[in-house]
Design a protein around this ligand. Structure first.
Ligand code: ZN
Length: 357
């Protein structure tokens, strides 16, 4: 990490603490972060002494600043680190395991005791070739008032085109911001924050998670929130299972009451033409667990199948994910303000879901 980056990370921290400390008691559930919570910069080369010194300054000076809380700054910092310092992170590679380590360290610095659960599963190298992949899920548990469990998941691996900023450093960034904000907040349900490995090679992490859970553990899960590719597309959507749509519908209602634009596609088709699942909700759905799956895209464009995320003059014919355009730089330059707006919206909704559902 170079000096410039460190300074900007500290500035981000300062402005975040400033906002959180001085937030008025509005409808936004602002949670002041403890001074021990580091900013979105968790890296083996980071220097904790410098961070905590700066944090103290920030905490003291913060009181005078009057600003609305902005969600997403922590998430953006994680997205930057994962994409710019680690880069693309295909299943089973060193970059993928470096990302797992980064997430584990981030959870630890928030005060969690994360568990890294390795697995080896058969996955796809390409459409025809199967091979065994070694990867891991990284899990942090936040005890709630009830022992019943809400699982919040995001996959941290990526394909090798682009840097996987939208798909899916964005989901991981939100997962980590939520974990940090909720670390000391009372929640009705126990929350399992899970970063899945090996999604792009065939939903390996989420499959391993569901397959290795006992029947009782699965029945104890009240819902699954999936965060996948949430910053690049035109609109934010939440999908659910039609048989058990309660989580999706709660999110839709809450967003509408709080003037957040959130759409859905009823009876959404989440499997490909061969019947394979295309996201980590697949095995949770098979286990009959209600889910709310957040994604940003645009179902009115292209083949109207959700694969065209933006106007076809941008990206690769309107696709950002799985292309060279999946970088924070491209998305920020092409759609100024979009990343922060989407992060803010999704974090607000999921925060509400985890504290009020
Ligand atoms: Zn993805």
């Amino acid at each position: 990490m170079n000096t410039l980056k460190k300074i900007s990370a500290l500035l981000i921290l300062f402005s975040f603490v400033a906002c959180a400390k001085s937030a008025p008691a509005t409808s936004i559930p602002a949670q002041p972060l403890e001074a021990t919570s580091p900013p979105a910069e968790v890296n083996v080369t980071s220097e904790p002494t410098e961070i905590s010194a700066a944090t103290e300054v920030a905490a003291t000076e913060a009181v005078v600043v009057e600003e609305e809380v902005i969600y997403g700054e922590l998430a953006r910092g994680h997205i930057e680190t994962i994409t710019e310092e680690i880069g693309a992170r295909w299943s089973g590679t060193q970059e993928e395991s470096a990302t797992a380590q980064y997430i584990e360290e981030a959870f630890t610095e928030m005060g969690y005791e994360p568990v890294v659960k390795p697995f080896e599963r058969m996955g796809w190298v390409d459409d025809e070739t199967e091979t065994a992949f070694k990867s891991a899920n990284v899990i942090a548990v936040k005890e709630g008032e009830s022992a019943r469990v809400m699982v919040v998941g995001a996959h941290y691996d990526s394909v090798t085109d682009g840097l996987g900023a939208d798909d899916n450093a964005s989901g991981v960034g939100i997962l980590l911001e939520l974990a940090e904000r909720l670390a000391d907040v009372s929640t009705p349900y126990t929350i399992y924050f899970v970063a899945f490995g090996g999604e792009e090679a065939g939903l390996l992490g989420s499959t391993d998670y569901v397959y290795s859970a006992s029947k009782d553990e699965l029945q104890n899960i009240i819902g699954f929130v999936n965060l996948d590719s949430v910053i690049a597309g035109d609109y934010t959507y939440v999908y659910g299972n039609e048989g058990k749509p309660e989580l999706r519908d709660w999110a839709l209602n809450w967003a509408s009451e709080n003037d957040i634009e959130l759409q859905t596609i009823y009876d959404v088709e989440l499997n490909d033409e061969d019947g394979y699942g295309t996201s980590d909700v697949y095995e949770f759905d098979n286990a009959r667990i209600p889910f709310a799956y957040f994604e940003s895209t645009n179902w009115t464009l292209g083949d109207k199948d959700g694969y065209t995320q933006v106007d076809p003059q941008y990206g690769d014919d309107g696709a950002i994910i799985h292309t060279e355009y999946d970088t924070l730089e491209y998305i920020d330059e092409t759609f100024p303000g979009r990343v922060d707006a989407h992060l803010n919206d999704v974090i607000r909704i999921v925060y509400a879901l985890l504290t009020e559902y």
